[in-house]
Write a protein that binds this ligand. Sequence first.
Ligand code: BJW
Ligand code: ZN
Length: 236
Amino acid sequence: MGIVEAREIIKGAKTISVLTGAGISAESGIPTFRGAGGLWGKYRPEELATPSAFARDPELVWRWYNWRRGIIVKANPNPGHIALARAEVSREVIIITQNIDGLHQKAGSKRVIEFHGSIWRVRCIECGCETENMEVPLKKIECECGGLLRPAVVWFGEPIPDQVLQASFEAIGECDVLLVVGTSAVVQPAASLAMLALDMLKKVIEVNLEATPISNVVDISIRGKAGEVLPQIICG
Ligand code: BJW
Ligand code: ZN
């Protein structure tokens, strides 16, 4: 299964970078996007996670995000998040998460790059001002300037902010090992970070319940639950 080899590689690493996806939060009760029970099963992504969907029906998009806020606000980090936070005690750990749920920070991880933004921030589509907002549900969707507030997340067709992309490239450049956990590795440019790490001759270890498009190219691919595998491969 690769557990023993993965543990050895991680033991010898000074800096670990970690790319996480929805799968790491599944055991905290947050639905994933794709696969059985995934969010895309019930909703069409192009109806909800695009700027044009928001322009067409902001109320519908906000209903979806308010529903997700309600789930996320009650969720707690699971042993997968906690193992990654504990790993910081004895080495450098940089987390690049595609998740917008804030659970890595809640687990205590200090260096977290929110690649697709955060569900707990809102941004005005007119004046661009961005603020933290923890209401469940959001009380009003208008900004003081009269513009509409949207979730400060990255939708399909939108670019990853430059500084986020730069910080992620640096995290790949700095690391000895990249862990890729609970992502279907189909959404770009996040998925290409794993390929970048391989190009830079970094060790890449994948942890996922299922095979993904990168399973055959990474150094070690472990099939299992993040909450069970991570505590076994990250010791001390
Ligand atoms: C477990 C587990 C357990 C379960 N333990 N594992 C054709 C080719 C290439 C690219 C494109 C293309 N056509 C269009 C594009 C671009 C597009 C894209 O990639 N599309 C693909 C789908 C084809 N990308 C974009 O549009 C991006 N922007 C962009 O390209 O900009 C270009 C540009 C440049 C300059 C100017 C303008 C534009 C933006 C992508 C944004 C994605 N946004 C979302 C929503 C975020 C906000 C929100 O949450 O509401 O991000 S979509 C959704 O997918 C979300 C996720 O972060 C992302 C990735 O999903 P993730 O995390 O991998 O989850 P799942 O559900 O897919 O997988 C879960 C995995 O966990 C599974 O593998 C399970 O097996 C596993 N698992 N339980 C371990 N317990
Ligand atoms: Zn405004």
